[in-house]
Design a protein around this ligand. Structure first.
Ligand code: ADP
Ligand code: MG
Length: 300
């Protein structure tokens, strides 16, 4: 059984994306000016410490939350300006989500096939005639042995694989999964990894998975680390946006700050296209600036 590519993968492009929650009257920064791009059909592991904003980013990409500021393009469309009904249609038709708690993805008394049918029922209102039959979809995902099994009798690992299959029920252009293996043993983690590999290699779906699991990260094409609400793409030329505070202080990313001890001097160079901050050789310590040649690596 082969996987049918029914929708092309959705490209993601987030610009100046910030999200703040309000907690007891205080503003909690979950994402701070994030730039994040994923090509159509690409698969990305989203890594980062607890509290760094990974789940928030997934909820924003799924259209379940609206950002405090910034843009989120899925394909050509900025979803931050969509109406609720447009978002609902987009979520139903083009986005598959696996939430963190496995049992919340499934109907416990239904079989695997019934769970997929149920997920597809909501799509019939959109006159979708291209939906893959549940048994066919399970076979394409290598999960035929689950077809007639009831969710309540499945192991945690089987339930999690079925959750991924249910998220694929509408052949989405974008699959989002939040820590899909966090409650599984090594063997089952590997199986979820294999399932994701199968999806990325034969479905054309764009895939973003939050994970701490090396087996899952290895199944995906690229890793992006998010720290303190900022995305840091290790595999690409790194550019980030930083904010200027009201007092004029520039908040440098932690890894850049680590190379610039307090008191470092940066030269401010006004250029036609903007302003460049240049670290001058020998000027790392306060009061030692000389007119040495510029050192590359200045922060733009
Ligand atoms: P991660 O998934 O990387 O652990 P989250 O996106 O869940 O991170 O959270 C990022 C930050 O936002 C954390 O500081 C968290 O405490 C805070 N946060 C998340 N959800 C809420 C909420 N509903 N209300 C207030 N603060 C929240
Ligand atoms: Mg989380």
């Amino acid at each position: 059984m082969t996987a049918r590519v029914l929708q092309t993968g959705l490209a993601i492009h987030c610009e100046h994306l910030s999200h703040y929650y309000e907690l007891d009257g205080e503003e909690v920064t979950a994402l701070d000016n994030v730039e994040f791009s994923v090509a159509a059909g690409e698969s990305v592991a989203l890594l980062g410490p607890s509290g760094s904003g990974k789940s928030t980013l997934l909820s924003l990409l799924a259209g379940l939350l609206r950002p405090s500021s910034g843009q989120i393009y899925l394909g050509a469309d900025d979803i931050t300006v969509m109406s609720e009904s447009e978002l609902l249609r987009l979520r139903g038709q083009r986005i598959g989500v696996v939430v963190q708690n496995p049992s919340r993805n499934l109907l416990p008394y239904g079989t695997a096939e019934q769970n997929i049918s149920f997920a597809q029922r909501a799509l019939r209102g959109y006159r979708r005639v291209d939906l893959q039959a549940p048994a066919e979809l399970l076979a394409a995902l290598g999960l035929s042995e689950l077809s007639g099994q009831r969710v309540s009798r499945m192991s945690g690992g089987e339930q999690q694989r079925l959750s991924v299959a249910v998220a694929m029920a509408g052949s989405p252009g974008l699959l989002l999964a939040d820590e899909p293996t966090s409650q599984l043993d090594t063997d089952n983690r590997d199986k979820v990894g294999e399932l994701l590999t199968r999806i990325t290699s034969s479905f054309g779906t764009t895939v973003v998975v939050v994970t701490h699991d090396p087996a899952v990260a290895a199944a995906l094409g690229r890793s992006v680390t998010i720290t303190e609400g900022r995305a840091d793409d290790r595999d690409q030329h790194r550019q980030q946006f930083v904010r200027v505070d009201p007092d004029g202080a520039v908040r440098l990313p932690p890894d850049v700050l680590a190379t610039l001890p307090p008191g470092s001097q940066l030269r401010v160079v006004r250029r036609p296209g903007g302003v460049e901050l240049v670290l001058t050789a020998g000027a790392e310590r306060a009061g030692t600036e000389r007119s040495d040649p510029e050192r590359p690596g200045g922060y733009r």
